[in-house]
Design a protein around this ligand. Structure first.
Ligand SMILES: *Cc1c(COP(=O)(O)O)cnc(C)c1O
Length: 394
């Protein structure tokens, strides 16, 4: 089975597609028609690869975590996406889409953001490439993510509050979609994860696939084989996981593990573990697993980490889950916090709270001695210091 790319209608098995209002057809169809031809062109790849290398700082190191390996009895490598410019993997996709937008003749970029990480990555790409940038953000999120709002403004983006509904991410998505419908000629919508209508999940996965391309080369260089035994990544919408799995996904001997946010516990009512709690539904333009009530109302998710606090999961991951190609773990807030402190004290690396969810899998899964385990460290912990400080005081 091919898990890597969707069919021509954007389906990974039962999941994906493009469920959008008719008024969005022109925008989405323009993308569907053009994205592959543009991003596979030599001219695009030359510019993209140059920026990844000289601006983002790629290739990111594949670091052998000796202390962690001794503790868990496996050979553990960390893929250091935390060392990218702006502090996480999100910049890979934001830059790729900004370059694509320019080639589609768009000079205006819109995005939505919850915690502000995708907003910062998008504002960064727009500053670099001279594009106008408007970021929609729930009013409540603007209040609780002040440092990222300041970064976006300093980078020249306009931050527009979404004041309807719960005043959080899903309301910001609605505002962004409304904007896109009204400005189809001038505007590209940079979606931040492997979610949304076809072709966004495939587009974002391709831009993030640089992660697994590098892992292959780096493993080959370090241990003389390009496939690990395990790959572990956290899943909010699923973009860093898609990038980590991409070039290994059709290699059945490489075991894939995804860590979702359990929040206060899968059965607590305060969780974001979509594969445990979700059912088939449509969210943000594609069919996938969605946390919803019996009559289809989206359930407000919860996680201590803003990047995993999402009530859905990209269609690629829903398919990996259904076909048992990937194993999913639900990691609770307290387990992620404990792992964040453990990594900090054993390796001197302060991880993002999202990334800390992957490290907690090491306690739950038994590895054979000398098995090769590659963990995607999706981001750095600077943005989470307030939470870590609170934990140290308690
Ligand atoms: C946004 C974010 C995530 C979650 O997004 P994915 O699309 O699932 O990768 C994970 N880690 C970090 C550091 C993030 O900023």
């Amino acid at each position: 089975m091919n898990f890597q790319n969707p069919d021509k209608n954007g389906y990974y098995g039962d999941f994906g597609g493009a469920f959008i209002p008719e008024m969005l057809y022109p925008n989405v169809e323009e993308l569907q028609r053009n994205y592959l031809q543009i991003i596979e062109s030599e001219e695009f790849q030359n510019e993209f690869q140059d920026l990844l290398k000289n601006y983002v700082g790629r290739a990111t190191p594949l670091y052998f975590a000796k202390n962690l390996s001794e503790k868990y009895g496996a050979k553990i490598y960390l893929k250091r996406e935390d060392l990218n410019h702006t502090g996480a993997h999100k910049i890979n996709n934001a830059l790729g889409q900004a370059l694509l937008a320019k080639r589609l003749g768009k000079h205006r970029i819109i995005a939505e953001t919850g915690a502000g990480q995708h907003g910062v990555a998008t504002a960064t790409a727009c500053a670099l490439l001279g594009l106008e940038c408007i970021v929609y953000m729930g009013e409540i999120d603007i209040a609780r993510q002040a440092p990222n709002v300041a970064r976006m403004k300093m980078l020249g983006a306009k931050v527009v509050p979404a004041t309807s509904g719960s005043k959080t991410l899903k309301d910001a998505v609605n505002e962004a979609l409304r904007d896109w419908i009204n400005n189809p000629e001038t505007t590209h919508y940079i979606i931040g994860s492997v979610v949304g209508p076809h072709p966004f999940p495939d587009l974002v996965a391709r831009f993030q696939s640089v992660i697994s391309k590098e892992i292959k080369e780096q493993l080959n260089e370090k241990i003389g084989r390009e496939n690990p035994d395990y790959l572990i990544a956290c899943v909010g919408g699923g973009s860093n996981a898609a990038g980590t799995f991409y070039h290994f996904i059709n290699e059945p001997h490489v075991k894939l593990i995804a860590a979702e946010a359990g929040g206060l516990g899968v059965d607590s009512g305060e969780s974001a573990a979509t594969t445990f709690l979700g059912t088939l539904g449509v969210l943000h333009g594609s069919q996938s697993l969605v946390m919803q009530t019996e009559d289809g109302q989206v359930i407000e998710p919860y996680s201590i980490s803003a990047g995993l606090d999402y009530p859905g999961i990209g269609p690629m991951h829903a398919h990996l889950h259904k076909e048992n190609r990937a194993e999913f773990f639900s990691i609770n807030d307290d387990e992620a916090l404990k792992s964040a402190f453990e990594l900090t004290r054993t390796e001197g690396i302060i991880p993002a709270l999202e990334s800390a969810h992957t490290l907690a899998v090491l306690e739950k899964k038994k590895f054979e001695k000398d098995e090769i385990v590659v963990i995607c460290l999706s981001g750095r912990g600077d943005k989470d210091m307030e939470t870590y400080l609170r934990e140290m005081r308690s």
